[in-house]
Each structure stands twice: as C-alpha cells, then as structure tokens.
Design a protein around this ligand. Structure first.
Ligand code: ACM
Ligand code: ZN
Length: 555
C-alpha cells in the first residue's frame, strides 16, 4: 500500500523536473500536418477566405455531412459562415469543392487536395477519402488562424494521400474508469483529426460491466457498480447511448469495435450472474487492479447460452464486422479444480486447461461466425489453438505474429513497449512511439497486408477522464503518423518540428496534453506501483499472485 503512495510522489517529481513539454517558438505552420501526407507539393501563392467562400459538395449524404463539419471548422478557425451547396461540376471562384471522382487516387481512404488561389478542390473515390482529406484541411485552417482578413489564409499546395495501414485504432478502457458519452465523442473527434479510424470500445472488465444487455439486466444493475472508498462508483451505456456514439463515429468514418472480454476479466459479470462461474460465488465487482481467478466456467453449457445471448445483443447493436472477445489474462486455477470443467476436458479430449481455453474461444468464434461476424482476440488465444481465421491482437510482443500470419491470422500489433499509453513516458515516450514498426521482423513482403495496423492502448487503472488527455497526447500523434505515413517518409526530427504547430492546435482543441519523455530511471516508479498491486493480490489470491510474478518475469 505504501508503494501506491510512493508512485504518485515519483510521478510528480518527474513532471516537475524532467518532462519535456512542447514549446511554441515560430507561428503555426499550416503545412505542419500530422500524420504527414504521402506527397505534398508547395506552390506559390495563398488562398484567402473571402465572402465568396462556398462549399460545393457531392450530393452523397455523408459527403454533405463532411461539408457541414468543414463549414464548422472554417467558422471555428475565425473564418466566415460558409454556405454548403450541391456540386454540379462548375468551379466558381472561392469554391471549396468536395467531389467524388472515380479518377481520384485508388483506395477507399485516399484523397487528393489542391489549394489554389481561387479555391480548393478535394477529390476522392469514396466519401471516406473526402472525410480524411477534410481533416488535412481542418489542420491547415486551424494553423492558419489569424493570418487573413476574413479568416485563415492557406498556402497553395497539392497533396496526394493514402494510409499505410487500414487499422489505426484507439482502445479505451471504459471499465476501470467510466467515460461519459461526451468524453467518448470528444475522443472520437480528436481521433478523426489525426486520421485514426477504429474505436476499440473496451466495455467489460473485472471492475465494471458497461453495456446494457436487455436479457440480463443485472449486468448493469449490479455489474456496473463498485464500492470505492465507501462510495458507489460506476456507470453504463444504454442502447440509446451506444447508438448516439455509433452515429457520431459513423459521421467521422470511425469503425467501433466492442470488446466483451472472456473467459477472464469477468468478475463484474459474475457478480451479477455467479451461476456462470466454477464455484457459484458470491462475488462483488472488483475494486483492485490486476488479474482475477474467478472466470467463466467452461464446463457449464449455461455459460455459453449466456455469452451467446450477450453477443447476439451486442452484434444487433454494433453494425461493424468485428467483435473483440478478449481471451487475455485468464489464469485457469478454478478450471483445474472444477468437476464440470474437468469433465468438459475429458469429453473434448483436451489435455490441459490451456487447450480448454482454446476450445472456449473456438466455440465463441464459431458462434460469432453464425452471426456473420469476425472475431478478434488478444494474443493469448494462440496458446490453446486459435480459432481459424481470427484476427489476433498482439500485446505481449510480436515474436509470434509472423508465425500466426503464416497460419492465416490477420494481426493488429499493439505491443506494450510502444503503444501502451497507460504506461509512463519513461517506457513509451514520444520518440519511442514514433520508432514503432508494426510489421514484425521476418515477415515475407507478400504477407505485410495481413498486418492490419495498431492501436493506442488506453487502459484506465491509473487513467481517469481527467488525466487521459495527458496520457494520450501527444503520443497518439506519433502513432497516427506511424500508421498513416509511408515508412520511408517518416522522420522524427521533422515530426518534432511539426509538433510545435500541433501543440498550438491541440491547445485550440482544448486538449490538456502531457509531456514527451521522462528519464528511464523513473521506470522504478512503475515497478513499485506493480509491487503495490501484487501486495493487494497476495491475501486475496496467493495463487494468482504467483501467476502474476511469473507473467512479469516472462516465465
Ligand atoms: C491486455 O493488456 N491485458 C490485453
Ligand atoms: Zn468450471
């Protein structure tokens, strides 16, 4: 417990003494775009906002919505109120044209942006590409604020742009701490600004169940609340909340992937429905961090009926192709002692609990397949024989990624040492994040397309809605460039120079960004913090404490 006190003291010291905050020297530069485009040519001249400004947009509904957002960005950057009209092919002076064009660069997120003295032309094959291009324009407008008489003036350029990876995500843990609907919308909008396109919504963990499920009301009546310091803490998202967030994400071409973690990290669900555990409970929603041993019973058919019902409601609500079912950090001690789990192993010819875990995940993945959905699981799913065709999210390292890809699994590579933004800046500082290479070493070139991309992992044991900005920013900008910009165009010194402008933009967007780095010796603070967690686990569950030590030591 003492160690918990030591850690914040160390953090505070590091913040005061060692953190490097972005400094603002030169005026913001509208070409300091992040992520940097595939190709940017600068021309002579500037485009000045005038009363003639009009947005002419393809009649497609989502392009019209992008046009409305763009009009908002112009007004927000000190420009005039710009009318939005349908694009008919004419190009009057002062027009900002958003055109769907089959001759635009190939790729559903690709776009071509031309800023000329007499107007702007943004072309893409798909509305998604128009939206991504609008975010380049948004950054240019924000950086150009105050430069012209009637709003920002923009340098003339031609940009041709496309992402390196299709999966550029943020994984937000809404269980350990609850984020309001508005917090989430704000992060979706900030993601959009940096061309991130997957919101991995972590809805379930030991410390809180956050998704309303009509068939099992106790999941949120009981599972969404814990007692902390004598007070009730928690919250959940109703179906209406989810729909509102999905609409908001859709307008920004962000795919939402819900995660319903199983069979581990399930204490909150088991507090509500203890009959699906091995021992029958009773349980409370957990108030300590770390791994827990009370997990879903794999020998009880009722567990699968329950989980299938939950997944069916989840799939009905979330329209995306993918559902994440976790599979991580699942110590099998209770399975080992459970007669039903043991007889399941016999009946299925499984030699140990690791294989039982594999069988569990395969059964769930087959069910999701009947719903027409694809399964994602954390890399633990490979250990007991991963369901064929599942996408694996690597977090403990990417050593096994090449082999898994060879066996037909797609990969999301989001390893702790580069993309865990709950970790301190001594571990995942800005330059370290920027140095990340998602494609694992040794992967044949023709298999690179199997690496979908990566995610910023924002676990919230030590993050709250109040301090999450400082953990995500500026690091997520580095990750956005890793995932979008061609590898050969990446240059940390140039990125760091562009960050001077980006800090101004972030401030304007109301982001309370944090530092860039901390000296390595401060990792000792995290060691003591983890030791503090371990001391809380020992009296609760000595077996899992030992399991945790082994995980920590990589045994
Ligand atoms: C994880 O960090 N347990 C995926
Ligand atoms: Zn069992």
């Amino acid at each position: 417990m003492k160690m918990h006190i030591l850690f914040p003291a160390l953090s505070l010291f590091s913040l005061m003494a060692c953190s490097q905050y972005g400094t603002v020297a030169a005026p913001p530069d509208p070409l300091s775009i992040v992520p940097y485009p595939s190709s940017l040519e600068k021309h002579a001249g500037t485009m000045n906002c005038s009363d003639k400004l009009v947005i002419l947009a393809d009649p497609d509904r989502s392009v019209q919505k992008t046009a409305a957002l763009l009009a908002g960005y112009i007004a927000g950057a000190g420009g005039p109120a710009v009318p939005v009209k349908a694009y008919t092919g004419a190009r009057p002076e002062g027009a900002i044209i958003l055109a769907i064009d089959r001759k635009a660069p190939a790729g559903e997120e690709s776009y071509r942006l031309e800023v000329r003295e007499d107007g702007v032309m943004l072309r893409a094959r798909e509305p998604r590409g128009i939206f991504r291009g609008s975010q380049t324009l948004r950054q240019m407008l924000l950086a150009g604020q105050g430069t012209g008489k009637k709003g920002p003036s923009l340098p003339c350029i031609t940009i041709s742009d496309a992402p390196r990876f299709p999966w550029r995500g943020l994984n937000l843990d809404c269980s350990r701490h609850f984020y309001s609907k508005n917090d989430i919308k704000r992060y979706l909008d900030l993601m959009a600004c940096y061309k991130m396109n997957v919101f991995h919504w972590n809805l379930v963990n030991d410390q809180g169940w956050r998704l309303e499920i009509k068939k099992y009301p106790k999941l949120t009546e009981v599972g969404a609340w814990r007692t902390e310091g004598g007070k009730r803490y928690g919250g959940f998202y109703t179906r209406e909340d989810v729909r509102e967030i999905l609409d908001y994400a859709r307008e920004r071409f962000i795919t939402v992937v819900p995660e319903i973690d199983m069979p581990g990290h399930s204490r909150a669900a088991l507090a509500a429905y203890p009959e699906y555990s091995c021992t029958g409970g009773p349980f409370s929603v957990s108030t300590r961090w770390g791994i827990h041993t009370d997990i879903f019973c794999a020998g009880n058919d009722g567990t699968f009926r329950f989980l299938e019902d939950v997944l069916a409601e989840t799939a009905a609500l979330f329209p995306g192709t993918y559902i994440h079912v976790g599979g991580d950090e699942c110590p099998p001690f209770k399975w080992h002692r459970c007669p039903r789990c043991q007889s399941r192993m016999k009946e299925q010819g499984l030699k140990d609990e690791r294989e039982l875990h594999g069988w569990f995940m395969r059964r769930i993945a087959s069910y999701l397949e009947t719903l027409g959905r694809k399964t994602i699981g954390w890399d633990e799913i490979l250990e007991g024989g991963a369901p064929a065709g599942t996408t694996v999210q690597f977090w403990r390292g990417s050593d096994r990624a090449a082999e898994a890809i060879e066996r037909g699994h797609r990969a999301i590579v989001s390893t702790t040492g580069y993309t865990y933004f709950d970790y301190g800046l001594a571990v995942t500082g800005l330059s370290k994040v920027y140095s990340f290479e998602p494609v694992p070493p040794g992967l044949p070139g023709d298999k690179e397309g199997m690496v979908l991309g990566s995610e910023a992992n924002m676990w919230s044991e030590f993050a709250t809605p109040e301090n999450t900005d400082a953990k995500l920013f500026p690091r997520i900008l580095a990750l956005s460039e890793v995932l979008w910009t061609p590898k050969e165009k990446r240059n940390y010194d140039d990125f760091h120079r562009r960050m001077e402008t980006q800090y101004v933009l972030l401030k304007g967007l109301g982001v309370r960004y944090g530092g860039e780095s901390e000296p390595g010796f401060l990792k000792i603070g995290y060691f003591f913090r983890d030791l503090g967690i371990l001391f809380r686990i020992i009296p609760d569950d000595p077996e899992v404490a030992w399991h945790t030590v082994k995980l920590y030591l990589g045994l």
